[in-house]
Design a protein around this ligand. Structure first.
Ligand SMILES: [Zn+2]
Length: 244
């Protein structure tokens, strides 16, 4: 069995370069390879947040990481060598695409702030799916808002977002070991928490949510965040957001 990879992106979302050691090299389809490391700054796709890309290098050899995936509890850095080869036990340097990471942190954290804004304007619903990509980001809730109340809800949300961004508050995250701990620290815990990934609690504007993503450090970094649409279909509220 492969040793566990330490997920150091949890310690610092803005760590763009780091060192690690190769635990294992695996062959994948179509001539691609997968590198498994003792620790990583690469975020594997999940929780509606896209994966990181970047470079793993050592001894003048470069491996181009095109995808990062969590499979069976293991982080796979999937890609191709530009030149040469790397081997098990070799020390390597990691470098992620900084611009993408900063953007992913911002979009993903924006989703949390929308959650908190919903809560603060007394539209509290169990949260569902989130989609935090470059285009078409949204968060979903189980519930209903009357058609004629939706424009006012959007307006109230935008006011609340602006207020929280202007005031600024620290976004923190901590690890927990059990579901019970999660229930204590979070306002809502979904039935199906993804398994095989460590459980974390992120606190935004004083509200805790279960989350395994990467975040900005303060709500004041989310300038320009606003609600673009609010749709309700089959008891599902979808709140779309973007950045101006
Ligand atoms: Zn998060």
């Amino acid at each position: 069995m492969t040793e566990e990879t330490r997920l150091i992106y949890f310690d610092d979302s803005y760590l763009f370069e780091s060192k690690a050691t190769i635990l294992e090299m695996r062959d994948r389809e179509e001539g691609m390879k997968s590198i498994i490391l003792d620790k990583t700054i690469f975020y594997p796709q999940g929780g509606g947040q896209p994966y990181d890309t970047g470079i793993v290098s050592g001894d003048g050899v470069e491996f181009d990481v095109q995808e990062t995936r969590f499979e069976d509890g293991i982080v796979h850095h999937i890609g191709e060598f530009s030149n040469g080869n790397l081997n098990k036990g070799q020390p390597v340097e990691l470098k992620i695409n900084e611009e993408n990471r900063r953007l992913h942190c911002k979009i993903h954290s924006g989703g949390h702030l929308v959650d908190v804004a919903m809560y603060n304007i007394d539209r509290e619903f169990p949260s569902g799916k989130g989609f935090h990509f470059r285009e078409g980001s949204y968060v979903e809730y189980t519930g209903f808002i009357e058609v004629d109340e939706r424009p006012a809800a959007i307006e109230a949300l935008n006011r609340e977002l602006e207020k929280m961004i202007q005031t600024g508050s620290e976004i923190t995250s901590q690890s927990v070991d059990t579901r019970e701990e999660l229930e204590v620290l979070c306002k809502f815990v979904p039935e199906n928490i993804p398994t095989g990934k460590p459980i974390r609690v992120v606190t935004v504007g004083g509200v805790g949510c279960p989350c395994g993503g990467t975040h900005v450090k303060n709500t004041n970094e989310l300038t320009g965040l606003y609600i673009t649409k609010l749709k309700v279909k089959s008891e599902r509220i979808r709140v779309s957001y973007s950045f101006r």
